[in-house]
Ligand binder design. Structure first.
Ligand SMILES: Nc1nc2c(ncn2[C@@H]2O[C@H](COP(=O)(O)OP(=O)(O)OP(=O)(O)O)[C@@H](O)[C@H]2O)c(=O)[nH]1
Ligand SMILES: [Zn+2]
Length: 303
């Protein structure tokens, strides 16, 4: 027996595919994991043993995780590419901001991908609307997170995506129909993620049962992307009231300036966050998201 370390790149039907160097080993998890309920996830760094007389190797340990998610069940996301469309569907800020809070809470980097930028070309009414949406997104998010204007049919867009995520393990998140599968397909043509599928119940059922897989999109720099079903919506916002202010990077510089040390930045007098909003230093739209998320957290607590 020899001990090795590797990365789980696929999990399917009780088998884990562990990449170590240039090889991928099919592994089973040692029984002890099942007893302790530590289920290995795609993205996990693991220790495993190659057993010469056996086809399958054996995972013997999961290294500490930087983060992990339940649905989809993956671990060690370095960067969330939060995808919205310039149009069709129109951007929904509350959805974008929820993904951003979730990503911040899990300590990942964030980039905002504004997809379908081809729809902004020309001067027809629909194109103008898309242009307006792009300008608004740049104004709201441009000073907080990197914003990538994307058209997955253009090689430059894909190259820029790779450059912005260099060496990271990236997951895509975004509302249904914004083009996540399309981006994934262009980045890894062999993955053949489902695109443009009909949102019927049976189609959805198929989609949600797909396994998670981690694909390389830049071998040289070790950039990888999670192909997973999910990350399209949220049931609950998993943040505490006091914590939320720290998950808005543009707010952190103003914290501590409020009259009350436990200011929630809602309607308290002498609030430095509200002042920053009034002075245009914090985008009003982001502040509105903060307020409605606070409301949501409070409501969830009452049940
Ligand atoms: N014009 C244009 N259409 C796009 C672009 N990217 C994706 N689409 C189309 O938008 C539709 C939805 O794309 P998908 O990639 O399936 O979107 P998704 O985010 O994976 O959707 P879900 O699987 O429902 O979460 C498809 O018809 C795509 O062909 C783009 O950059 N420009
Ligand atoms: Zn305040």
């Amino acid at each position: 027996m020899s001990g090795k370390k590797g990365l789980i790149v696929k999990g399917i039907a009780g088998f884990y595919y562990v990449k170590s160097g240039d090889e991928v080993y099919r592994c089973k998890a040692r029984g002890v994991f099942k007893q302790r309920a530590v289920k290995p996830a795609v993205g996990d760094e693991v220790e495993f043993e190659v057993i010469p007389e056996n086809d399958d190797s054996l995972i013997t340990g999961v290294l500490p995780r930087r983060n992990s998610f339940i649905r989809p069940f993956i671990a060690n996301v370095d960067c969330f590419a939060i995808v919205t469309a310039a149009a069709s569907p129109a951007p929904i800020l509350s959805v974008i901001d929820k993904f951003m809070v979730m990503a911040e809470k899990n300590g990942t980097e964030i980039i905002l991908c504004v997809n379908k930028c081809d729809l902004a070309e020309g001067d027809r009414e629909a194109a103008k609307k898309a242009q307006e949406n792009i300008a608004a997104l740049q104004r709201i998010y441009g000073s907080v997170y990197p914003v990538l204007l994307m058209d997955p049919d253009r090689e430059e867009s894909l190259a820029e995506f790779r450059r912005m995520t260099l060496g990271k393990k990236v997951a895509l998140a975004g509302a249904s129909g914004v083009g996540k599968s399309t981006i994934l397909n262009r980045l890894i043509p062999h993955a053949q993620a489902e695109t443009g599928k009909i949102s019927s119940k049976s189609e959805r059922g198929k989609h949600t049962t797909r396994h998670a897989e981690l694909f390389s999109i830049d071998e040289k720099h070790g950039t990888m992307i999670f192909d997973t079903p999910g990350f399209t919506s949220f049931d609950i916002l998993e943040a505490e009231e006091e914590e939320l202010q720290h998950l808005y990077p543009e707010m952190t510089g103003f914290l501590g300036g409020c009259r009350y040390h436990n200011c929630k930045h809602l309607s308290e007098p002498g609030c430095s966050i509200r002042q920053a909003v009034e002075e245009g230093k914090i985008a009003i739209e982001r502040y509105e998201s903060y307020k409605s998320q606070m409301e949501e957290i409070r409501k969830a607590r009452q049940y």
